[in-house]
Design a protein around this ligand. Structure first.
Ligand code: CAA
Length: 291
């Protein structure tokens, strides 16, 4: 096995919103894919959500029933991470945004994955240099960042750290392209990468406007949609991505920058502490219970 070993088996770690759809994207594109989580319950949830999503695609003639059946043949669900990773060519980690946990995960992955395997993190904020040093294969570690919902959004950001090899970048780019994604490749790492930094600038201003009671979240969202042509406004988007994710991303950035401006906005903290995570919990900036 060499660094040019073809990618046949992909492991996606973490069966949350991102991980489950990333695994589906890989399986739909023809890769044998295993979605791994530490517990059965999130795997069962992911399976049910993907089943509903793919059945809807068939009902709407976006995919054929044969394609979807073949995708299910390629997509496995497992809790035994070490056994799965031992036969994998490419890992996409989509676990919680917590540096200490990611470092532990990458150290364990490094111990069991074949020598040629690339270990990528889907983190949008924790740059891979912070994680690569937990492994003995820093040259095969990078960020490969998908967007929510991963089944729909076309972009993948690929971000090297100083020690990522050109071969790793090439293989990761080739994989993303084979998944039908458009690649935005950064020259060097920066927390938030490109798209989230752009998004953050908009989000910061939206929060600033509600702080000053200039307009309601609904009207600010309307302006983003109807004046700027964005598919969703910044508050709707936070509810889609999850206020828990938004909150943890801010904390992860703060850990790296130690700048107060990185900390979560007080209203985001309040929603997070109240368990108002957005669509997934039925309430965030908006109420979905009655929808
Ligand atoms: N999962 C998979 N597919 C979905 C989906 C989901 N959660 N939500 C919608 N879709 C697909 C479906 O195919 C749907 O069609 P059907 O209802 O006929 O099945 C189609 O998209 C259209 O959906 P809707 O009619 O419900 O609404 P829409 O036209 O507004 O599209 C959207 C939904 C694709 C999410 C669109 O609003 C959009 O692009 N929003 C912006 C998303 C965005 O900015 N994402 C980036 C977030 S930042 C991030 O991800 C970074 C990070 O690190 C966390």
């Amino acid at each position: 096995m060499t660094t040019s070993t073809p990618i046949e088996h992909i492991t996606v770690l973490g069966a949350g919103t991102m991980g489950s759809q990333i695994a589906a994207v890989c399986a739909l594109s023809g890769y044998r894919t295993t979605l791994v989580d530490i517990a059965e319950e999130p795997l069962e949830q992911a399976k049910a959500q993907l089943r509903a999503r793919l059945e809807r695609d068939v009902a709407k003639s976006r995919r054929t029933a044969e394609d979807v059946a073949a995708t299910w043949q390629r997509l496995q669900f497992a809790t035994d991470r070490d056994a799965v990773v031992a036969t994998t060519d490419f890992v996409i980690e989509a676990a919680v945004e917590d540096l200490a946990i990611k470092r532990q995960i990458f150290a364990s992955l490094d111990a069991v994955a074949p020598a040629h395997a690339i270990l990528a993190t889907n983190s949008s904020n924790i740059v891979s240099s912070q994680i690569a040093s937990a492994t003995h294969r820093a040259d095969k570690v990078c960020n490969m960042h998908f967007f929510n919902p991963a089944l729909v959004m076309k972009c993948v950001e690929i971000v090297p750290h100083d020690g990522t090899s050109p071969q790793t970048m090439e293989r990761t780019r080739a994989l993303a392209e084979s998944l039908g994604k458009e690649v935005v490749q950064l020259n060097r790492e920066i927390p938030g990468f490109v798209a989230n930094r752009l998004l953050n600038a908009l989000r910061k201003e939206a929060l600033n406007l509600i702080d000053q009671d200039i307009a309601s979240p609904a009207d600010i969202d309307k302006a983003a949609r109807d004046a700027l042509g964005h598919p969703m406004g910044p508050f709707e988007l936070m509810d889609l991505v999850g206020l828990d994710v938004v909150y943890l991303i801010r904390l992860a950035e703060y850990e790296q920058t130690k700048e107060e401006s990185s900390l979560p906005h007080p209203q985001i903290k309040q929603l997070y502490e109240a368990g108002r995570f957005g669509r997934k919990s039925g309430r965030g900036w908006y109420d979905y219970a009655s929808a």
